[in-house]
Design a protein around this ligand. Structure first.
Ligand code: AMP
Ligand code: ZN
Ligand code: FE
Ligand code: FE
Length: 272
């Protein structure tokens, strides 16, 4: 089984990289990619455990681009995490995440739902870890301002809610370029829940390599639509669970969403 979309504690997953790989192996996954938000800090540990367990490991990343003021997630596969330009770009992305968490904390304070942002910001400045809204949601739950992660997003953190702070940063075309410069292939993540269909033809013209056809938030109709669109535009197919850990407040299961060996071969053929 092939799952190319997984998160660890290097970003907003709840399992350490080695534990995630062990859980994936137990769920029957044989090829995997770790795709943390704007960081490659989890890759070395995950690769070590995958090697130990005899799994195929593909280095990955999920980069947040900003398109028309909205977040657009771009996945990168086969990236060389050691490249200086790539590492510098990602450090800038994480810096903006810290700024955003600080501003969200200020808004929450003004809204009467203060969180202790100090430790969170410190972890965002440490060892390549990337922080974001799921960490703020966890802090809101811990302080008793909301009961669940979902309630934190619904009341405060979702786009348009009172503690939402827009991001600033690279466009999707720039992110695709950064991924290519790092030797990777670029896939548009979860276009269904991101409602990014209208961006796809333009991104294809900007060098996008693939569409994430299979995802936990895509039903069969969405999958069929994106598979057809990929074929029409000459794009490869990627996919995975987007698992963040059982305790992450997001109900996704390991070993339930995967792509075929043919899909992976098509993705790999886009490497240059
Ligand atoms: P950020 O990178 O800070 O913008 O946070 C985005 C992450 O928050 C996504 O990758 C999801 O893991 C999570 N997320 C986004 N929207 C929601 C939501 N409505 N409910 C729960 N989690 C969400
Ligand atoms: Zn996430
Ligand atoms: Fe995403
Ligand atoms: Fe993700």
């Amino acid at each position: 089984m092939i799952d190319l979309h997984l998160h660890t504690t290097a970003s907003d997953g709840t399992l350490r990289p080695a534990d995630l790989v062990a859980h994936a192996a137990a769920a029957g996954i044989t090829t995997l990619s770790v795709t943390d938000h704007d960081t490659t800090a989890g890759l070395a540990e995950a690769r070590g455990e995958a090697d130990r367990l005899g799994l195929r490991f593909i280095s990955g990343i999920e980069i947040t681009a900003v398109e028309d003021g909205r977040d657009t997630h771009i996945l990168g596969y086969f990236v060389d995490a050691a490249g200086e330009a790539f590492a510098g770009f990602l450090a800038g992305q994480r810096q903006d995440r810290v700024r955003r968490v600080r501003e969200m904390a200020e808004r929450l304070e003004a809204l009467g739902a203060p969180i202790d942002a100090g430790p969170l910001v410190a972890s965002g400045l440490d060892h390549g870890r990337s922080i974001g809204r799921p960490h703020v949601a966890a802090a809101l739950v811990a302080r008793g301002h909301v009961r669940t992660h979902d309630e934190a997003f619904e009341r405060y953190l979702d786009t348009g809610q009172p503690a939402f702070v827009p991001r600033s940063g690279a466009s999707a075309a720039q992110v695709i370029d950064v991924i290519h410069q790092a030797g990777g292939v670029a896939a548009l993540a979860h276009p269904g829940p991101s409602r990014s269909d209208r961006l796809i033809p333009g991104l294809a013209a900007s060098g996008l390599d693939a569409i994430e056809v299979r995802h936990s938030d895509h039903d069969e109709a969405a999958e069929a639509r994106y598979r057809a669109l990929a074929a029409t535009l000459g794009l490869a197919v990627s996919g995975g669970s987007d698992f963040h850990g059982e305790a992450s407040g997001r109900s996704r299961l390991l070993g339930t969403v995967f792509i075929t060996a043919d899909d992976l071969a098509g993705l790999e053929a886009r490497r240059r």
